[in-house]
Structures are given as C-alpha cells and as structure tokens.
Design a protein around this ligand. Structure first.
Ligand SMILES: [Zn+2]
Ligand SMILES: [Zn+2]
Length: 182
C-alpha cells in the first residue's frame, strides 16, 4: 500500500459509523495525518488539542512505517479505532480509554460489515526488524528501505522516465545506514 490521502477515508467512516458526529458545520473536529518515519511502535494515536478558537479539537496520527506496507484494511481498522477515541472524547465527553463505550461502538462497527475488524490493539504483529539501509535515488530523491545493499540497484521509475527503461548509472541508489537517517 502506498500512502493515500486519509481525509476522504475519515469522512467515509464518519458517515458510515459515527453519524457524522466528528464533523461540525462541515468541518472535521479531528485532523488526520500521516506520521513521519519515526512512529514505529504504534499504528495510530489520538490526542486532544486546543483549536485556534480555544475549543476542543482532536488529532489522529497514523503511523507511516507501520501501515504503509499493510493492506488497506489495516489502515481502516486503525483509523476507525482512533475515531472511536475521538468520538468518546469530543462527542460523549467522557474520560475513557478502552472502556464500555469503546467496546460497544467497536462491536457495532465490527458486526455491521466484513471489510475490516477494529480491535483494542494499537499495533500490528509486523516484523520489528528495522531495515538496515535507506537507499536514495539521486535523481528523484525518493528513498527505499533495504535489509541489505543490492549492488548496482537503480531507481526503477527514473530509469523508466528518463532512460527509456534502461538501467543508467545516474539513477544508482545511494545507501546510508537507516539508523543515521531516521
Ligand atoms: Zn485505543
Ligand atoms: Zn528516482
């Protein structure tokens, strides 16, 4: 999975499972964004913040490193989980983590469709091994994670876009230890 815009998904889930309660006069009461590369132990989180007008607002952060390689249902499940936290905080206005309100709404959502399942976990059983190398294309500056150095590897999209699909040393990936760049 590549990174997709999350606002449309938020709006869809809000309409389907939260009776649009996370919108106020058409404006989301929660901002949703992808994390940078450092958020690797949890798939998503919800936090409360004060908005521009001093009112209560929320923020959902989705982990790019955890979710980007998982199927889209993992993203839906994570986003929905965090939206239940937002709904409890902003709409019910109660202090609760994974309490009775959470469990009830989770069960309702899970029983109403078969596309994805919300759980109380905030993480996924993904490999904890971090890649050792980050390879960057000198041409388009995109980065790729590698467990080992692949000698002579070039950026496929740049070779395709600029060199007619032929390998060219101008697209040779430059490796840096992952720990140094993340
Ligand atoms: Zn939670
Ligand atoms: Zn490139």
């Amino acid at each position: 999975m590549s990174l997709i815009p999350v606002l449309p998904l938020f709006l869809e889930l809000n309409r389907q499972y939260f009776q649009n309660s996370l919108l106020e006069r058409g404006v989301p009461r929660v901002s949703v964004r992808w994390s940078d590369g450092r958020m690797r132990t949890t798939a998503g989180l919800y936090k409360r913040k004060t908005n521009f007008f001093g009112g209560k607002a929320g923020e959902i952060i989705l982990s790019r490193p955890v979710l980007e390689n998982l199927p889209e249902k993992a993203l839906k499940s994570t986003l929905c989980h965090e939206m239940i936290h937002a709904w409890i905080d902003l709409d019910l206005k109660v202090e609760e983590v994974h309490g009775p309100n959470f469990m009830k709404r989770m069960a309702e959502i899970n029983s109403s469709q078969t596309d994805f399942q919300v759980t109380v976990r905030h993480s996924f059983p993904v490999s904890k091994k971090t890649p050792k190398w980050l390879a960057t294309c000198p041409s388009c500056k995109r980065s790729f994670r590698y467990r080992r150095i692949v000698k002579g590897a070039a950026c496929r999209s740049c070779c395709n876009n600029f060199f007619g699909g032929q390998w060219d040393k101008k697209c040779l990936l430059i490796y840096k230890p992952f720990s140094e760049v993340n």
